[in-house]
Design a protein. Structure first.
Length: 302
């Protein structure tokens, strides 16, 4: 694992809540969804129950705060974190497509001196680091102020898919995902409990992804890219094959093969309104009874 700095070192219960809370307890493992949408934000009356913000998931584990991806949900999380400063958090990016980084310039705690953010991500195929990519999106003419205006302590760490590292007693593994220009999934294990964050990724037509199966093995919770349904994916007029995303049906197959206890379908397509997702959720419960559809504000205790 190459670095800009040196790297610091049971099943989900029935507890499920929509109560917003950001405090970190030393003996808890909580997952909170701040943005569950893919591709582009989808605000409006038809998406209020599942939410319209793009990818951002927080894990509060072992006294530390881990933040996965920086879509527009990151802005909402940042607003809550202002109540707790000074803040230290670990930000882990799957990749730098817009829906995973577009909230970073609006992450208010990053502008506040005294806060500290450890930022992890893989080097892109063109050689760009995560620091370069987050910086580039804030350059003129795309944004009014550069990343240097952020007065918090930003520490950057370059990863290679397959790297493993520790944050004290939290073990983190990484793995390649099948996505255009690459993406990286994360496996977080603490005190025998494991959550896997695997988006964006596309299933293969004739076999299950061995990298993904290894990453998700026996996980208590798998957060999976279920952007489409099988019908949409294979639609004769507008197929989504090769777009880098998967289906909830493929997610069930991965969860079953990997021995996953619970799966949260994530990265909802922006055209999927609340009623559509309700129908998907009903079908999911039949296929995988412990499965659920992620929604903004949802908190899962691991």
């Amino acid at each position: 694992m190459s670095e800009s700095n040196s790297v610091p070192q049971n099943s989900p219960s029935a507890y499920e809540s929509d109560t917003q809370t950001t405090s970190v307890g030393s003996q808890e493992f909580l997952v909170q969804f701040w943005g569950v949408r893919g591709s582009i934000p989808a605000p409006g009356a038809e998406t209020v129950r599942y939410g319209g913000n793009t990818s951002c998931v927080e894990m509060r584990v072992g006294g530390k705060r881990l933040i996965f991806d920086g879509g527009t949900g990151l802005r909402v999380l940042g607003r809550e974190l202002l109540k707790e400063m000074p803040v230290e958090a670990y930000m882990l990016f799957t990749h730098s497509h817009w829906d995973h980084i577009q909230g970073f310039p609006f992450f208010t705690p990053a502008f506040v001196p005294g806060n500290c953010f450890h930022i992890y991500g893989a080097i892109a195929p063109n050689g760009a680091t995560m620091k370069q990519r987050l910086s580039d999106q804030m350059l003129h003419p795309n944004f009014p102020v550069p990343i240097q205006v952020m007065q918090s302590d930003l520490k950057f760490y370059d990863l290679t898919p397959g790297d493993a590292f520790r944050l004290d007693d939290i073990a983190i593994e990484t793995g390649s995902l099948n996505h255009p220009n690459t993406a990286m999934g994360y496996r977080v294990t603490w005190q025998g409990r494991t959550v896997v964050y695997a988006t964006d990724t596309e299933h293969f037509p004739d076999h299950l992804d061995e990298n993904l199966l290894h990453l998700a093995r026996d996980a208590d919770l798998l957060i999976y890219d279920a952007c489409y349904t099988d019908q949409e994916y294979h639609d004769a007029k507008t197929p989504k094959v090769g777009w880098g995303h998967s289906t909830w049906q493929a997610g069930v197959a991965v969860a079953q093969a990997a021995g996953v206890k619970r799966v949260a379908m994530f990265h909802h397509d922006p055209t999927h309104d609340d009623n559509f997702l309700d129908q998907v959720g009903e079908q999911l419960k039949v296929a995988f009874p412990s499965g659920l559809l992620a929604r903004e504000g949802m908190i899962l205790e691991i």
